[in-house]
Ligand binder design. Structure first.
Ligand code: ADP
Ligand code: MG
Length: 340
């Protein structure tokens, strides 16, 4: 791996400027042990638009094959990060690598490896679908594979019935399919999809989601959205960005379990005090809620049996006892409002 990396990073025709040579020697000493199996590595990226700080010291890494949801309120910096990863914008500071290639120094290699669907899905409105996909295939130098790949993508994204139309005549859902088809044409290993379902009606939404799930099976996918259900439906991991900073990076299960906590809701037949409830073994926090109480414990610690024993000891009857499922939505609100 190290030898391959060394070979890649020293083509003298690519290293023209002094800065590039300096950066290239940094690249040669890159620690590949740390980056092995990583599709995407973002290291202390910051981005300033004039005085506006869009990203502040963001670091993350994504393994090959992961489907990661990039979540955050509008203006959080999601699109900026995606533009940097797709070589569309340079960062102000920090580095990013896709499969070991630096997005700034080796952008041609990076662009061969990524498929990018930008937020605005820019398409040539006056082209027919096949005409547009042929054009994109030429940009990717697909040569004699062009015709079969275009056919394959048309079939995969379900565009056959619309081939007689110019892109401007297509519904938003079909335009998204064309956007996905162009992102997939060169069979990239990493897919970067910026709000791929925004503005779609519920049927189109289901279609595009299942398409993404389908095509994402053998790829690394980074998908931005502000729809929580989308992340739950598609992703195994969530990265939350808030005001340009990383607010959370966890598995879906972790966010669903109130970020490392289990919660149960309980109602008793008689008044009990908060102090007494705190004596239930393994309870970390007690919150009064409607006619009952919420008891919090550590992730993976189900306190329901102990609570029953505790109730028997204290001669109170439990009228209602249920595990509280904390939605990812709740976690999102808490994490993105902490710094407002
Ligand atoms: P998101 O995709 O999460 O909605 P963006 O990355 O588009 O967020 O934007 C992050 C911040 O950077 C926002 O405050 C936005 O207004 C600002 N911004 C984005 N693009 C530009 C630009 N070209 N010039 C100036 N400010 C920008
Ligand atoms: Mg955006």
């Amino acid at each position: 791996m190290y030898l391959i990396a060394k070979k890649r990073c020293c083509p003298s025709d690519k290293c023209q400027s002094k800065r590039m040579l300096e950066e290239s020697s940094y690249f040669c000493s890159f620690n590949y042990q740390t980056y092995a199996n990583m599709s995407v590595v973002v290291n202390q990226i910051s981005k300033l638009y004039g005085q506006q700080k869009a990203l502040n010291n963001v670091s993350l890494s994504i393994k090959a094959g992961e489907i990661v949801g990039l979540l955050g309120p509008n203006g959080a910096g999601k699109s900026t990060l995606m533009k940097i990863l797709s070589c569309y914008l340079p960062p102000t500071s920090g580095t990013a690598h896709i499969m070991g290639y630096d997005v700034q120094l080796q952008s041609v290699e990076v662009r061969k490896l990524i498929g990018y669907l930008p937020e605005s899905n820019p398409l040539y409105q006056d082209m027919y679908i096949r005409e547009y996909l042929d054009f994109v295939a030429d940009l990717h130098l697909l040569g004699n594979k062009k015709s079969s790949r275009v056919d394959e993508m048309i079939q995969l994204t379900g565009l056959e019935a619309e081939l007689g139309k110019k892109i401007r005549m297509l519904s938003k859902g079909y335009k998204q399919r064309v956007g996905l088809a162009q992102a997939l044409l060169h069979d990239p290993q990493v897919l970067i999809l910026d709000e791929p379902t925004s503005g779609l009606d519920p049927n189109q939404l289901v279609d595009i989601r299942s398409l993404i799930k389908n095509v994402g099976e053998n790829k690394t996918v980074i998908l931005s959205t502000h729809i929580m259900q989308e992340v739950e439906a598609l992703c195994s991991r969530v990265i939350i960005i808030n005001k340009g900073e990383l607010a959370a990076d966890n598995s879906i299960q972790h966010l669903q379990s109130a970020e490392g906590q289990e919660q149960v809701y309980v109602e008793f037949d008689q008044p009990v005090t908060l102090a007494l409830l705190k004596t239930v073994p393994d309870v970390l926090q007690v919150i009064k809620d409607r006619d009952g109480w919420i008891l919090c414990s550590k992730e993976g610690k189900d306190i329901r049996q102990q609570l029953n024993k505790w109730a028997a000891t204290h001669e109170v009857t439990i009228l209602s006892l249920s595990k509280k499922k904390v939605g990812i939505e709740e976690s999102f609100h808490r994490l993105t409002q902490m710094k407002s």
